[in-house]
Design a protein around this ligand. Structure first.
Ligand SMILES: [Zn+2]
Length: 276
């Protein structure tokens, strides 16, 4: 599943390819991805030019002349540039016909992705965006900003971090990696964490996300960024997917448990449950 670093990689790769290109028309081959009336979606996108691409958490914002296309890739969404309709696969569900004769396609094997279209500047008023906490990689974000919300929660810290409302940008892979670096057991309840723990979690999260963005994200299973370039953060993983492998710090074997229904990897020695 693409997480913040992978979505950021998509943004960086799409931007030089799309800025200044105009949408001539849009073909929708699978309606459910579009969260506004279909006619409106197609009509409003016509003759709009890509001016910028930004991102908040895992949402991509395609900023056009008058509208912003808000896209969430969910499990397997990807964008491709194709030359002709003959190049489309059955998983290319939305096709943007561009004025340079190329097709920007939204490809999604699982079909869980979403697209919304709002007046430019109104993207932060969408319910889906409004509920998100500050971005983990926001340089102004401090432990003070998230500690109060974590301290009052009796949920596991892994679930709190996945929920995106305390802070946004960490998915399953990067939460596991963050809690390993912070030496915190993923089942530790929010109200059992000290301020120092939260500082350590935030410091680790920023470190993990920064490194992952610099390496183009993580390629696990089917994730690939637009140009088919694989991310390289998978070589930096300390625990995620590494069940049975020796911990890089203490050589204890990495284990896999379930926390809030999500597969969770940890070192049982470095991330002691005694802190619960
Ligand atoms: Zn260890």
């Amino acid at each position: 599943m693409p997480e913040l670093p992978e979505v950021e990689t998509v943004r960086q790769q799409l931007k030089p390819l799309l800025i200044g290109k105009k949408i001539i028309s849009v073909s929708v081959r699978y309606n459910k991805i579009i969260k506004i009336p279909l006619n409106k979606f197609k009509e409003q996108l016509k003759n709009q030019t890509f001016r910028d691409i930004s991102r908040y958490g895992k949402y991509l914002f395609f900023e056009l002349d008058d509208f912003t296309l808000v896209s969430h890739l969910r499990m397997e969404g990807k964008y491709f540039l194709r030359k002709t309709m003959k190049d489309l696969t059955k998983h290319d569900h939305i096709v943007f016909h561009l004025d340079n004769d190329l097709l920007l396609t939204y490809h999604d094997v699982r079909k869980f992705g979403t697209m919304e279209l709002v007046k430019k500047g109104k993207e932060y008023l969408l319910d889906s965006i409004k509920k998100l906490g500050p971005e983990v990689n926001d340089e102004h974000l401090k432990a003070e900003d998230i500690y109060q919300k974590i301290k009052v929660s009796s949920r596991a810290i892994k679930s709190i971090l996945l929920d995106q409302t305390v802070m946004t940008g960490l998915g399953n892979i990067y939460v596991d990696e963050t809690l390993f670096l912070a030496k915190i057991h993923p089942e530790t309840k929010g109200n059992a964490l000290t301020f120092e723990d939260v500082e350590s979690i935030l410091f680790s999260a920023k470190k993990v996300i920064k490194k992952a963005i610099s390496l183009g994200g993580t390629t696990i299973r089917t994730y690939q960024s637009i140009l088919g370039v694989d991310g390289r953060f998978q070589n930096e993983l300390n625990v995620h997917t590494l069940v049975g492998k020796p911990c890089s710090v203490c050589q204890e074997k990495i284990i896999k448990i379930k926390v809030g229904g999500r597969g969770t990897y940890l070192c049982p020695n470095c991330q002691q449950k005694e802190s619960l």
